[in-house]
Design a protein around this ligand. Structure first.
Ligand SMILES: C[S@@+](CC[C@H](N)C(=O)[O-])C[C@H]1O[C@@H](n2cnc3c(N)ncnc32)[C@H](O)[C@@H]1O
Length: 245
């Protein structure tokens, strides 16, 4: 797994508050579940629990699931009232099915092979009640890949609890096995006016075309209800809303 979610989990926690506007994320996703009257949710890839905490405060019954023990440990310490569990999106089994599953933050981009995407959709299907809603975002290949050819460097500074952090990232297009990109990011914190290296995170991220996601959902028994356009801090994404038939 990416070192950002293991050795660098505390750095993620410090910096991502400033990238991601979690209240806006809540205001985007919550109406989707409200519209379908679903209040009993699982979040896949719940990270350090920032979105989970807001859903919980707003009366949702919420489970957060993540592969990383380090991310779960931070979430559990910070958020009370949410059940954070360790699980792999490709093969998980909840104690009881939920009425909605949310997988935000382009978490699907860690699934490089179609078989892994299909396994994830099948796991989501099995853990939803009939009529349940599955909602997730993905990086739109059509808009994102041309953009990184034009500009492959991304630097970001953030301050958290009086400490300054810097992330220097570089995207490289890698079409060897599909529409993927290599991401290399170096993290630093400022000590006595100097940037001191904290670690490097390298990952391969998959971007998708709408049509392949549509097909994989259909092959997993879902009916696609809506496709929503959503711009995040770094990527153009689409959000899929699908129903378990
Ligand atoms: C981009 S972060 C999003 C975190 C959170 N939703 C947020 O918005 O801050 C992706 C999360 O997915 C988790 N993850 C990666 N692969 C996973 C897998 N196979 N199963 C479950 N979680 C996974 C990572 O540990 C990380 O916390």
């Amino acid at each position: 797994m990416s070192s950002l979610y293991t050795q660098l989990a505390q750095v993620y926690e410090a910096m991502y508050h400033t990238f991601m506007d979690y209240p806006s994320e809540y205001h985007f996703y919550s109406p989707i579940f409200q519209k379908h009257n679903k209040k009993n949710l699982l979040e896949i890839g719940s990270g350090t629990g920032n979105l989970a905490g807001i859903f919980h405060k707003n009366g949702y019954q919420y489970i957060g699931m993540d592969l990383s023990e380090e991310m779960i440990a931070i979430a559990q310490k910070k958020i009370q009232g949410v059940d954070f569990i360790q699980g792999d999106m490709r093969s998980f089994q909840l104690k009881a099915p939920v009425t909605g599953i949310l997988m935000p933050g382009r978490t699907i981009s860690y699934l490089k092979h179609n078989s892994e995407v299909k396994d994830t959709f099948t796991s989501a299907y099995k853990n939803l009640q009939s009529g349940g809603i599955f909602c997730f975002d993905f990086i739109d290949a059509e808009r994102f890949l041309p953009a990184i050819i034009r500009d492959k460097n991304v630097n970001h500074e953030a301050s958290y609890q009086g400490i300054d952090y810097l992330r220097k990232g570089v995207w490289t297009l890698d079409l060897e096995q599909g529409m993927t990109v290599n991401w290399v990011a170096n993290y630093y914190k400022k000590v006595a006016g100097e940037w001191v290296a904290l670690g490097e995170d390298t990952s391969i991220l998959r971007t998708f075309l709408k049509e392949e996601i549509r097909l994989l959902l259909e092959l997993s028994g879902f009916m696609l209800k809506e496709i929503l356009d959503k711009t995040s801090y770094a990527y153009p994404t689409y959000v899929m809303v699908a129903e378990k038939l």
